[in-house]
Design a protein around this ligand. Structure first.
Ligand SMILES: C[S@@+](CC[C@H](N)C(=O)[O-])C[C@H]1O[C@@H](n2cnc3c(N)ncnc32)[C@H](O)[C@@H]1O
Ligand code: SF4
Length: 386
């Protein structure tokens, strides 16, 4: 089995598993609770899990921290501050570390932005989803487009860095409508946008509606036209895709997410969090209990909520490296692949995919998916990994 290589990045992901309501398209680990959440109890549990994780991965310098959800902007700023203090007690936090918090763009949550800034957050990622009120309603969102744009304006004053998410390829959406919405979004965006095609996830209300024909999503041809519109407009606006769904001005990429896509090391803390830790030189895949109350009880009795802790085989690591790395416009370093996989990529497959215009060399030794290859990325990865 190949050993992991030293790297100077280390990310900490912290999962806040609660939302005010469940959006009908979403299959993230998020739960609605009608009673108040006991935040001090969660802080104690986060502290315990940070301590137990740091004991397994000691001495790291944290380069990025990411509060994801669920809806982390439901947390009190003091809760966020207390959790950040715990990270700093167990690891060294690099000067200039990127500290992101995902926020829903409602007026109530925006009132907490200054508090998050004071607690140490320096970047927010807002789930705007759409700038069209009818679409927001259809997506089950609790905010209007106006409220979302007001939250973006507050984020702009509170943070040097912010991003927002939009979902496209929505039912009945045309390229012309999407182009107008995207241009409006770009006018409000500073340096980063996440643009996701609507995915119908199993076991969601949208899945049932879709299966019974009550929700009709764009066919492949329309989805492709919407994707092409996205790339064209963002490229022209100086926000090219650096990852299949993420656009940024050069240098403004989300450094935390780059850790995942570049297959570096990160800790996952909180209910349903995933981590990749290098323990004694070998990569481990770690996941915690998903249900918030069960996670709490587990942490309170065992000191951690881990339910999966597996050594990744060479093959699993190599597949993950390809799957994550080829999502990036920069592509992958084939020499690093060889070190991870213990064998090089198959030159015949590379030649064939390149002949079809789906992959290319960047001229500096990296292998990347072409613009024509991105819409069929899954097939390209499957072919290279086979
Ligand atoms: C975990 S959510 C967190 C953000 C925050 N809770 C919110 O909704 O505003 C992260 C993002 O994933 C995207 N997302 C979730 N489910 C999706 C789906 N089925 N299809 C496409 N995008 C999805 C949304 O854009 C969302 O903002
Ligand atoms: S999209 Fe965001 S707010 Fe909606 S259920 Fe998922 S995590 Fe919660």
């Amino acid at each position: 089995m190949s050993r992991t290589e030293p790297n100077d990045t280390f990310g900490v992901y912290l999962h806040w598993p609660f939302c005010l309501s469940k959006c009908p398209y979403c299959d993230f680990n998020s739960h609605v609770r009608h009673a108040a959440i006991d935040e001090p109890r969660f802080v104690r549990a986060f502290a315990a899990e940070i301590a137990s994780t740091a004991a397994r991965a000691p001495g790291r310098t944290v380069s990025t921290i990411f509060f994801g959800g669920g809806t982390p902007s439901l947390m009190q700023p003091s809760t966020v501050g207390a959790i950040l203090d715990e990270v700093g007690k167990h690891w060294t936090v690099a000067p200039g570390a990127e500290v992101t918090l995902e926020a829903n763009p409602t007026s109530v949550e925006a009132t907490r932005f200054a508090g998050y800034r004071a607690a140490g957050v320096n970047r927010v990622s807002l789930g705007v989803q759409s700038l069209d009120d009818g679409s927001l309603k259809a997506l089950g969102r609790l905010h209007s487009a106006r409220e979302a744009l007001d939250a973006v304006a507050i984020a702009r004053t509170a943070f040097d860095r912010y991003s927002f998410d939009l979902i496209y390829a929505r039912p009945e959406q045309t390229p012309a409508q999407w182009a107008a919405e995207l241009r409006l979004a770009i006018a409000e965006a500073a340096e980063h946008l996440s643009l996701y095609q609507l995915t119908i996830e199993p076991e969601t209300p949208f899945h049932t509606l879709h299966a019974t024909g009550k929700l009709v999503t764009p066919d492949d041809e329309m989805a492709r036209a919407l994707y092409d519109t996205t790339q064209e407009i963002c490229d022209r606006a100086g926000l090219p895709a650096y990852e299949i769904s993420n656009h940024a001005r050069p240098g403004a990429e989300c450094r935390h997410n780059l850790i995942y896509w570049r297959a570096h090391e990160y800790a996952g803390i909180g209910p349903g969090a995933h981590g990749r830790l290098d323990v004694d030189g070998y990569r481990r895949a770690i996941a915690t209990e998903k249900r918030p109350e069960s996670w709490l009880m587990r942490v309170e009795s065992l000191g951690h909520g881990v339910v999966t802790d597996e050594l990744l085989s060479t093959e699993e690591r190599a597949d993950e490296f390809l799957l994550m790395g080829l999502r990036l416009a920069e592509g992958i370093d084939p020499a690093r692949y060889t070190r991870v996989a213990g064998k090089p990529l198959d030159p015949a497959r590379i030649k064939e995919l390149a002949a079809h215009g789906l992959i290319e060399s960047d001229g500096k030794g990296c292998l990347r998916v072409t613009k024509a290859g991105f819409p069929v990325l899954d097939a390209v990865v499957a072919d290279l990994a086979a």
